[in-house]
Design a protein around this ligand. Structure first.
Ligand code: AMP
Length: 183
């Protein structure tokens, strides 16, 4: 099963993605993690990606698609995956033809997301208030249309991300079961 998780930063995508990955027995991957790894490299591409990430901006679509497609060629992803952080723009979604089964939109308000992030312990270099605000702004501008793109394809599941962690994962699993039994 190929699942995509969409939500603002702080919505709980990585928490829920990891739970879902264990429950369904498919790997979890996140473009944020992939890019953070590349940003550690002391190469021109590493330095470039680091600079973009620290500013809170998005990596250009072409580069993102190239890196994601390369990653998904690995045999561990052949049976499915839970993907967090991609696609983030309509262009990425349109270009990504990998037979996605379900797209889970974890919905939380900007206020709740900023509140959660301000309490996050594992501080990251690319998590300054400026970068966080920029990511939230870009989410509304560029990623909200991706949600509508998948809604029109009837594979979108909208989940209230402001409940307790266990309740949210139950809701996700329930929604996945319900929708797959209709097909
Ligand atoms: P995240 O951990 O998902 O918040 O991602 C951190 C940063 O990685 C983002 O602010 C972007 O700079 C970059 N990034 C992650 N996923 C994407 C994507 N799908 N498209 C473009 N940039 C991305």
């Amino acid at each position: 099963m190929k699942i995509i998780l969409i939500g603002i930063q702080g919505a709980g995508k990585s928490t829920q993605g990891n739970i879902l990955s264990k429950k369904l027995g498919i790997p979890y991957l996140s473009t944020g993690h992939i890019f953070r790894d590349i940003a550690k490299e002391k190469t021109p591409i590493g330095r470039y990606i680091k600079e973009v990430m620290v500013s809170g901006a998005l990596i250009p679509d072409g580069k993102t698609l190239e890196i994601v497609s390369e990653y998904l060629k690995r045999p561990e992803y052949s049976k499915g995956y839970v993907m967090d952080g991609f696609p983030r723009t309509t262009k990425q979604a349109e270009a990504f033809e990998h037979g996605i089964d379900k797209v889970i939109y974890l919905k939380v308000s900007d206020r709740e997301a900023l509140w959660r992030l301000s309490y996050r312990k594992d501080e990251r270099e690319d998590e300054t208030l400026h970068a966080l605000r920029k990511r939230i702004e870009l989410f509304h501008e560029l990623t909200a249309p991706v949600i509508e793109y998948y809604r029109k394809k009837h594979i979108l599941v909208e989940i209230n991300g402001e409940k307790e962690i266990e309740e949210i994962s139950k809701d996700i699993l329930k929604a996945l079961k319900q929708t797959s039994s209709h097909e």
